[in-house]
Structures are given as C-alpha cells and as structure tokens.
Ligand binder design. Sequence first.
Ligand code: UDP
Length: 333
Amino acid sequence: MAALLVTGGAGYVGSHTVRELLERDEHVVILDDLSAGHVVAAGGAEIVRADLAGPNIARSLDEVLGRESFDAVLHFGAKAYVGESVEDPEKYYRNNVGGGLELISAMVRHGVPALIFSSTCATYGNPERVPIAEDHPQRPINPYGRTKLVFEWALQDFEVARGIRHVNLRYFNACGAHERGDLGEDHRPENHLIPIACEAAMGKRAHLSIFGDDYDTPDGTCIRDYIHVQDLAVAHVQALEHLRGGGASASFNLGTGMGHSVLEVIDAVERVSGKEVPREVAPRRSGDPPRLVATSEKIRRVFGWEPRFPSLERIVETAWAFKEHFPDGYPND
Ligand code: UDP
C-alpha cells in the first residue's frame, strides 16, 4: 500500500485525522515542525521534523518522498490565527503560500498525484448570504483567509499544468475532542471559544471575554457553525477515497449547518461542566463576521458524509472530557 504524507499531523485536526487513518491501517508519515503540534498526539506515527517555511524544506521533502511511494498528501501544516495574520502577514504568506508551494513542487518532482487541503470558511470573508454554499464568492477579509485562498488557486493551476488532483475542505469552526478523551485541542496560547470557556469554568482563567454583544443577532453575540473534529477527520478519509478512486478535484464546506451564539456556547459549557463560566463583555474582535453558517449539503450528497456529533452539547462534552483529562494540556510537551 502506498504511503500518505500528513503535514501538520501532530496538530489539532491533523492528529485526529492521523488516528482515523491509522485505525484503517494506512501507512502515515507526518511532517511537522512541532511549533504547534504535540508528539504525543501523533499516535506513534513517524514524525519528520521540518518547517515548511524553513530553508531546508525542499531537501527534507525530497528525502521523505524519495524513499517510498506516496499516493496522497493531506496538508494541515499552516498558520491559523486571524489576529496574528493581520499583525504578521509575512509569517502567513511564507508558511501558508511559500511553504505550500514547496510542498506542491516536491509532489511534482516525486509524482505524488493527489492532495487534500485544510481550507477554511475564512476564504469567504463577510458572507453575502447565509448559509454559505461552496459557490459563494470568496473575498477573504484578512491575511489568513487570503493565504488559504491563494493556495486553493495554486492547486487549481497545478492541476491544469501538472495533473495533481485535490480536494479543498473548507472547515467552519473546528472544535471538540476525541470521544476517548485522550486527544484534543491544546493551542498555546489558546484563542478558541470552547477551550477558553472550559478553562474559565475550571477556574484556570479569571473570566471569558465575550467579544461584542451588540451584533445584529438574536442575543447580540456572534454566531458560528461548530463542527466536531472527528467529523472533520472522517471527511478527510472520504476525500482520500474519492481521490484514490480517480474522483475529480472539488471543494466542500464542512459544518453542521447549525449556528450557535457565543452565549449558547457558554450555556452549554455551564450545563456540561456543572460550573459557572465567569464572563465579561469586551470590545468586538476585528475581522469577526456576525454570522458564519455552512450548508454542507454538497459533501453529504457526494461523499455521504454525516456528522456523528451534530449537537453542541455533545461537542462540548468531548471538549470538557479532554480538559479534565489534561487540565494543563498534553503531558511531557
Ligand atoms: N470568542 C469570544 N471570546 C473568546 C474567544 C472567542 O467571544 O475568548 C468569540 C469570537 O469572537 C467568535 C466565536 O467566539 O465569534 C468563535 O471564535 P473562535 O476564536 O473560537 O473561532 P473563529 O470563529 O475565530 O474561527
């Protein structure tokens, strides 16, 4: 069986996908610089430590891809903070565009025919209509979203010129943790709503800041489409089967189609944990659209994908269980 290269496979969504692949007896090689990933999250898969934006990346990729046959790359390795991308666009263009290009060039050199890309709803920008379908105009409003869109364009162009087929998976709000409780979200520093709300409930933070309560939404807080990380992982496996079966390049949204406000998420954390989430209203965070909700009708139709964790309550249960298991994040890291 041909091998799979998983960039960013020690990171949040990457590690859950690696577990899904290992459970299907796939041969996985991870390429990760461990700037955000965790060795313990890699499930024992080999990790080649390399930085996609580093000076030696072409050599590292040649070494890995040259030693056996690979039939696809799953590309998670990227910088993914909107705020940081505004402050340090160079980091985002170097990693997400420059590093991505190194990866595609190496695939061309070694004849790797397919790539699955972690794209994002941030490529759509401020939605003109909700729910957002794949044919919604892509007009990103921050460097993060722009670098992800540029890479989608690069994939289109390399398919025409070099025949590499691809699937873009545009995630909405990835969240939750593995149902076994031993794999989850451990960003340092943490920026995401659900883990922050859990930390506030545990007393590890003085309070949660609600970024704006004067939006034009029913309770005034932003609405997002929260999708469980294992549901994302399964979609990657389905995309892989599609490409291995000779399927055409395509883009798919990944969300549940249900929107939840910041206050609803806080309520869910309080119900699940049985603890209060201390909170304060803070100014709006720049670049936050009021409402981002997907329609995932296309991936349901084409792949038969169906979320196993469609309810916010169940998602929060898994996130809480992981936090209880590792209150200070992954051990030995
Ligand atoms: N949010 C918040 N306080 C926080 C973190 C996030 O109010 O400490 C809000 C944020 O403004 C957004 C939603 O929660 O409306 C989800 O944010 P997150 O950073 O988890 O994901 P994003 O939508 O940025 O991908």
